[in-house]
Design a protein. Structure first.
Length: 430
C-alpha cells in the first residue's frame, strides 16, 4: 500500500544528529529537481553515493533512501532486519507533534500499515478478504457510471483541467462507494484526502476529519450492513476494536486515492505527449495498457515510500546503517536502476509487458493484489471512458509547460489542461 504525500515545503533544516558522519553530506529530499527531472536527481545520487543514499527530510531528520533495485528487494524481503516498525525510529525524541510528514511516516498504531509482525498479519487477514470480495465487474460498472457523470459535467465546455475535473475525483468516488459511503459523501471524502495528500498545516486537521468520516461509516454499517468493504471487515470473525477498523479503512482509502489518480493523469499525459501513444489513440485500446505499464516503470506515481527501520546495526549498499535508522524505499529510482536496465533504451522494457517493476512496492507490505486489481480497473476504465467520450482530446498548453507536484514522494501533474470538441451528455443521448 502507498500513503499520501508529505508536506511540499521544507522547514528550516536542523543540524545533522551527532555521531552521524554519513549524513553530513546528505541530499535534501525536496527541491525543483524532484518536480522537474527526478531521474536526473537519482543519477546524481547513484554517482555520488551508490545504491543507498544519505538523505535529509524536511525538519532536518536523517534517513537513507534505497535506490538500488537489489538493495530494495533485500530491505523489503527481510522483515527481521528491516521491519516496518515505526516505533524503532531513533529520531522520535526530536520529532514535534506538528511535523508535516507525520501522517505519512506515522506513529505506532494498531493498523495494517503501522503495525509489524503478527499484529500486521492479523490486520492483513481481515483487510485482504474484504477487498477481494469486491466484484471486478461491479467495480468496472461503478467506474463507468461515475466517469460518465464526471464527463457529463464538462463535455459541453470544450475545455477542462483533467486533473481537477476527472483524474482526482474519479478514484475517490469509486472507492467511497466500494467502501460503503453513500455517493453524496464522496465529495467530502475527496476534499479530506486532498488536504491530507497536499500536506502542510491542513494535514493534521484532515487526518482527524478523515477518522471522523470512518467512525460514522462504521456506525452506519452496524445499523444497516451492505455489500461493501466496511461491512465485510465488520463481519470478519476475529475481534477488532473500532479504532482498528477506522485506521484500516483510512489506510485502504488513502492508499487507493492519489496514486491511482496520478496513474490516470500520468498515463493520459503520456498518451497526449508521446508520438507512439498519441498516434494510436484513435485506433483501438492497445496503447492504453502500454501507456499504463510504461508509467509504472518510468513515471510511477509513488516515487518514495516510508519506510523500514533497522532492527540493529548493519551494512547495506556500502553504507553503515545504525539501529533505528529510517530507510525510505526509492521505488521510482529502483525501477530505473542501470543494473536491471542494461540493454534497454527508452521504455522498451515496459512496452514488452514486463511486470517486475516496484510501483506497488515489494515484500510483506506490497500493495495486496486485490487492491492492485481495483486500482488497475479504475485507471483503465476511467481512461477508456474518457477517450470514448472525448476522442479528439488534445493538450491546451505546450507539454513543457505542464507542472508536476512539488514532492519527492509522489509524482503527478498539478493540472492537465485540454481541449476537445464539445459533445452531448449521456442524458441527451438516451
Amino acid at each position: 500500500m502507498t500513503r499520501p504525500s508529505p508536506a511540499e515545503s521544507a522547514p528550516a533544516i536542523a543540524a545533522a544528529p551527532p555521531g552521524c558522519p554519513a549524513h553530513s553530506g546528505a541530499v535534501p529530499l525536496w527541491g525543483l529537481g524532484f518536480q522537474t527531472e527526478p531521474q536526473t536527481v537519482y543519477r546524481t545520487m547513484r554517482r555520488d553515493h551508490g545504491p543507498v543514499v544519505p538523505v535529509e527530510l524536511p525538519g532536518g531528520f536523517p534517513a537513507w533512501l534505497v535506490i538500488g533495485y537489489r538493495e530494495l528487494h533485500r530491505v523489503t524481503s527481510d522483515g527481521a532486519l528491516f521491519p516496518r516498525d515505526v516505533g524503532l525510529w531513533n529520531q522520535w525524541p526530536h520529532v514535534p507533534d506538528d511535523w508535516p510528514l507525520l501522517p505519512m511516516v506515522g506513529r505506532p498504531l494498531p493498523s495494517i500499515y503501522f503495525s509489524a509482525g503478527e499484529e500486521h498479519q492479523r490486520h492483513v487477514r481481515m483487510v485482504g478478504p474484504a477487498l477481494e470480495g469486491a466484484d471486478p465487474f461491479r467495480i468496472r460498472g461503478h467506474c463507468e457510471e461515475l466517469a460518465d457523470r464526471l464527463i457529463d459535467d464538462l463535455c459541453a465546455r470544450g475545455a477542462a483541467d483533467l486533473v481537477a475535473d476527472f483524474c482526482e475525483p474519479l478514484p475517490v468516488l469509486v472507492l467511497a462507494r466500494l467502501i460503503g459511503f453513500p455517493d453524496e459523501e464522496g465529495a467530502a471524502i475527496a476534499r479530506v484526502l486532498k488536504d491530507l495528500a497536499d500536506g502542510g498545516p491542513e494535514a493534521q486537521s484532515a487526518h482527524l476529519r478523515f477518522g471522523e468520516h470512518m467512525a460514522r461509516l462504521l456506525a452506519a454499517k452496524r445499523a444497516e450492513p451492505g455489500d461493501d468493504v466496511a461491512t465485510r471487515m465488520l463481519d470478519f470473525p476475529e475481534e477488532f476494536t473500532d479504532e482498528e477498523y477506522t485506521l484500516d479503512l483510512m489506510a485502504v482509502t488513502a492508499a487507493g486515492y492519489l496514486p491511482t489518480a496520478d496513474w490516470i493523469s500520468n498515463s493520459v499525459r503520456l498518451m497526449l505527449t508521446e508520438d507512439e501513444f498519441a498516434d494510436s489513440m484513435a485506433g483501438g485500446r492497445r496503447s492504453i495498457g502500454e501507456a499504463m505499464n510504461e508509467v509504472l516503470w518510468e513515471d510511477t506515481p509513488t516515487q518514495i515510500l516510508a519506510g523500514r527501520w533497522a532492527a540493529r546495526d548493519t551494512e547495506l549498499g556500502g553504507q553503515r546503517i545504525r539501529a533505528g535508522d529510517m530507510l525510505l524505499l526509492g521505488l521510482g529510482a529502483a525501477n530505473t536502476d542501470p543494473l536491471i536496465r542494461q540493454g534497454v533504451s527508452g521504455g522498451g522494457l515496459a512496452q514488452g509487458g514486463n511486470g517486475a517493476h516496484l510501483a506497488f512496492s515489494h515484500g510483506e507490505y506490497r500493495c495486496p493484489f486485490p487492491a492492485q486489481e481495483i486500482a488497475e480497473i479504475i485507471a483503465r476504465t476511467g481512461i477508456e471512458v474518457l477517450l470514448d467520450r472525448l476522442p479528439d482530446l488534445r493538450l491546451d498548453v505546450p507539454a513543457e509547460d505542464l507542472v508536476r507536484r512539488p514532492s519527492a514522494f509522489l509524482r503527478g501533474t498539478i493540472a492537465l489542461s485540454v481541449r476537445f470538441t464539445p459533445v452531448r451528455t449521456t442524458g441527451d443521448l438516451s
